[in-house]
Design a binder for this molecule. Structure first.
Ligand code: WT7
Length: 643
């Protein structure tokens, strides 16, 4: 049993892993925090656990805000995730255990995955893909998605994975920004019994792309007309006669491994750049230590490969560590609400890493679903994506973890590449709702605007005060945006964009984003992106979006819209606008609420005062309105609040 050891004055529970867990834990000596005070020595030792073709010259070259880790070293990520496991018993160990939405299954040992990746890497080379060429991947959660990512890294072609739920327009923007000439996709994917037309979206996206060489299409559903013309080619046809001898390219530690687009404060998503050596060091170490990885674990991370969690903790971290990764295409409620628990029972999953929004959904459905299944194989649980409310933590602990599994609440970001704040389950006590303390070798603080640490219990901003190996290196093609966004708040310290408190034990309590980013079910949506999608609609004059608290999603999008002169508020307009946003960006960005209003609350200089919109959406009393240019704007809005 992991027992509750105290109930502090603030009524916050503190949990400690069981003695048994701690005894067997990979990291059970609290001295690791002290040892890692020498950060560079710590990370250098961690890097040396990877396979390098050539050792680095320096551990860190830091010309703020530009970092080079393990510069001069040469390695390959795909080699580290595959080839190096082939010499021993891991060769025949399952790398991927896959189950599709319809219950189809596939297992790939490390040897088999290596074979597939080598073949596909050779295919990409034969199509003319060279080191440094960006390849766009838009795929469902199937083994070929992992093969595609590792094949790219094998030949040194950075991948840019676009989440399969994003729209044609979102794909187009990302292809154009990265100047990518190759797209890997599937005819379609399955979702809750429906067919998602992935290739159709790619076709639509490519209408606005000048230069595209090839679209490689995996046959998932069996849509025969998914491949047409010179540009398109079936994956299975390319693979049929492909040779499997494709040696891994020797990459510089600082060569780009991938680009991943994420939302920020402007309408244009940022291409977050991650490089090879530091990233792999960071994700393999954190994966091993935080998830207490053992040789026989069956590890399941429920994130989609289209997000950073999928990159770092479904692909690169676990495979670099030689883990068995369970890969699932479907959703928790299809065909029934016990799907996850059925899979844990069926495959003997030992580690589950999921999001608070999923846990809250399970809570709502009730414990009868997990109770129907045997979850005794589980020994460790994790969460990521947003703050977890203590009720959800306690429910997860009791009903999924059987009060036996420690829970690691892991705080990090697309930009940090790796988990930055989390408990080490064999060492650190856990407090429900707190992501606990910075990982060894990571320096984080909570600062006020002027860069001073805040007092315990006071709200401030999360800062990372020293460079870390998996940090983003820049925003693709935009060093200035990188500097301004992350390093412009305080000199030489990274601004994460989150508000947080710290308690008397040095535990971090994340409150949420302080910028114009909404966290919907653990996914980042920029208010500016939704607003610009809305104003592209012919009926809309102006739009402002805010995050409104939501029981399951954490936050939901609420939009306030003014119509153009002469446009009447038709009955179906609100739905039309919601669907318009979903079509422009993707279903995850569809606002829950759209309010048509005569005016938006603005300052005299014309800036929208979102705070007032938030008060209205939440049904609260409206705070300070002295900065309003026109007080009558609020009167009309208040009517909305009362609806
Ligand atoms: C934002 C980053 C990192 C993978 C998933 C999201 C929020 C993330 C936690 C956590 C509280 C969290 C933050 C952060 N967040 N994990 N354990 N507790 N908040 O990646 O899309 O880059 O979003 O997610 O607000 O800034 P992302």
């Amino acid at each position: 049993m992991s027992k509750e050891i105290t109930l502090s004055s603030e009524n916050k529970h503190v949990f400690q892993s069981s003695e048994e867990f701690r005894k067997d834990a990979l990291i059970s000596d609290p001295g690791i925090y002290q040892k890692a005070e020498d950060r560079l020595a710590f990370w250098e030792e961690r890097a040396s656990t990877l396979s390098w073709f050539k050792k680095w010259d320096t551990v860190l070259e830091w010309n703020p805000p530009f970092a080079k880790w393990f510069n001069g070293g040469k390695l390959n990520a795909s080699y580290n995730c595959l080839d190096r496991h082939l010499a021993g018993p891991r060769a025949d160990k399952n790398a991927i255990v896959f189950e599709g939405e319809n219950g189809d299954t596939q297992m790939l040992t490390y040897k088999e995955l290596h074979h597939e990746v080598s073949k596909f890497a050779g295919v990409l080379r034969s199509l003319g893909v060279k080191k440094g060429d960006v390849v766009t991947i838009y795929m469902p959660m199937i083994p070929e998605a992992v093969v595609a990512m590792l094949a790219c890294s094998r030949i040194g072609a950075p991948h840019s994975v676009v989440f399969g739920g994003f729209s044609a327009e979102a794909i187009r923007d990302r292809i154009n920004d990265a100047k990518s000439k190759i797209v890997i996709t599937a005819d379609a994917g399955y979702r809750r019994g429906k067919v998602l037309p992935l290739k159709e979206n790619v076709d639509e996206a490519l209408k606005g792309v000048a230069e595209i060489d090839k679209v490689i299409v995996v046959r998932r559903v069996g849509l025969d007309n998914a491949v047409q013309g010179e540009r398109d080619v079936w994956y299975h046809e390319l693979m049929k006669d492909a040779a499997a001898d494709c040696p891994a390219e020797e990459m510089d530690a600082e060569d780009i491994l991938f680009i991943l687009y994420t939302s920020g404060t402007t309408g244009k998503p940022k291409g977050v750049v991650h490089t090879t050596g530091g990233y792999l060091t960071g994700v393999s170490t954190t994966h091993q230590y935080i998830f207490d990885l053992k040789e026989n674990d069956v590890y399941w991370c429920t994130a989609d490969i289209g997000w950073i969690t999928g990159h770092s903790y479904l692909v690169y971290g676990p495979l670099a560590n030689g883990a068995t990764v369970f890969l699932f295409e479907g959703t928790p409620d299809y065909p029934a609400k016990d799907r996850y628990w059925e899979l844990i029972e069926k495959y003997g999953v030992t580690i589950l890493y999921t999001a608070p929004t999923a846990i809250r959904t399970f809570m709502k459905w009730g414990e009868s679903y997990p109770q129907k299944r045997n979850l005794n194989s589980l020994r460790l649980l994790g969460t990521v994506g947003e703050p977890i409310n203590p009720e959800a933590w306690l429910w997860y602990h009791k009903h999924i973890g059987g009060e036996r599994c420690p829970i690691v609440d892991t705080w990090w970001q697309t930009e940090t590449g790796m988990i930055m704040i989390s408990a080490l389950p064999g060492v650190t006590d856990m407090k429900p709702g707190s992501c606990s303390v910075p990982f060894p070798g990571v320096k984080a603080e909570i600062l006020n605007r002027s860069g001073q640490p805040v007092q315990n219990g006071e709200v401030g901003f999360v800062a990372i005060t020293e460079p870390w190996p998996a940090m983003l290196r820049t925003v693709y093609g935009d060093d200035k945006r990188y500097k301004d966004t992350y390093w412009g708040t305080w000199p030489d310290r990274y601004f994460a964009g989150d508000g947080a408190k710290i308690d008397e034990d040095g535990y971090f309590w994340i409150i949420g984003r302080v910028d114009d980013v909404i966290n919907v079910s653990g996914h980042r949506i920029g208010t500016a992106e939704v607003e610009s999608a809305l104003v592209e609609h012919p009926a809309v004059a102006e739009a402002a979006c805010i995050g409104k608290s939501h029981e399951v999603k954490g936050q939901a999008i609420a939009a306030f819209v003014t119509l153009r002169e002469g446009v009447a508020a038709r009955e179906d307009l609100v739905n039309e606008l919601k669907n318009h946003v979903a079509a422009k960006i993707g279903a995850i960005a569809k606002p829950d609420e759209i309010h048509l209003t005569e005016e938006l609350p603005k300052t005299r200089s014309g800036k929208i005062i979102r705070r007032i919109l938030r008060d209205i959406a939440e049904g609260r009393a409206i705070g300070d309105t002295t900065t309003l240019a026109d007080a009558s704007a609020v009167e009309a809005l208040q009517q909305i609040g009362k609806q």
